[in-house]
Write a protein that binds this ligand. Structure first.
Ligand code: CO
Length: 209
């Protein structure tokens, strides 16, 4: 081991600490995982899924990418959703964005960044759908905050329209999709009130937009 020894040391201490409070924790986890939640969040290091909702390993299935996007051609994200819904049978999928998201801020600017601009085009599309409302706000801060919220809502709609989620609902599986946003500056989550528990909820939400 040439480098990053400190991380291995930290790992040993962490494993010892967990075992001290829950002696059979790792043994139980090694036999199965049965999380009730799938979290789709931003890759930002300040928004760690488990910590924010104070959950232990095994309790939350996680997918993260830049700007917490659900893109219909993203096999990575879609595969995570399929496994979570069809195999783990999670009851809730949470799309969680955060204020001050670098992906959102970057997408609102005109600068070029190469490859990542293809990914951020999905965020630029969200801006284009809601341009009038966003541009009517006076300050840049307000525009960015609203974009972070609207991006979550659009991803919730994308998620609810995936074949995996649609098939689950058609088959009577209990599955609810949520849109949340996190404030890095105080650690608090906010529900954006776009809870979708079935195809009727989705139709209602889409008709309002
Ligand atoms: Co972000």
């Amino acid at each position: 081991m040439r480098e990053l020894k400190n991380l291995f040391e930290r790992n040993r201490k962490w494993a010892d600490k967990v075992k001290a409070t829950h002696p059979d924790f790792f043994l139980k986890l090694s036999r199965q995982q049965k999380p009730e939640y799938l979290w789709i969040g931003c890759s930002d290091s300040r928004v760690p899924a488990n910590e924010i909702v104070d959950m232990l390993p095994g309790e939350i299935f996680v997918h993260r990418n830049i700007a917490n996007l659900v893109v219909h051609t993203d096999l990575n994200c879609l595969s995570v959703i399929q496994y979570a819904v069809e195999v783990l049978r999670v009851k809730h999928i949470i799309v969680c964005g955060h204020y001050g998201c670098g992906g959102i801020v970057t997408a609102l600017e005109d600068d070029e960044h190469g490859l990542i601009d293809n990914w951020l085009q999905n965020v630029k599309d969200v801006y284009r759908y809601h341009r009038a409302r966003i541009d009517s706000l006076a300050s840049e801060q307000e525009r960015r905050d609203l974009m972070c919220e609207l991006n979550v809502i659009e991803q919730v709609i994308n998620l609810a329209n995936t074949t995996v989620v649609q098939t689950a609902w058609k088959g009577g599986q209990k599955l609810t999709v949520h849109g949340w946003i996190y404030s890095i500056d105080n650690g608090i989550l906010k529900d954006l009130d776009v809870c979708i528990a079935g195809r009727e909820d989705l139709a209602r939400l889409q008709s309002q937009r």
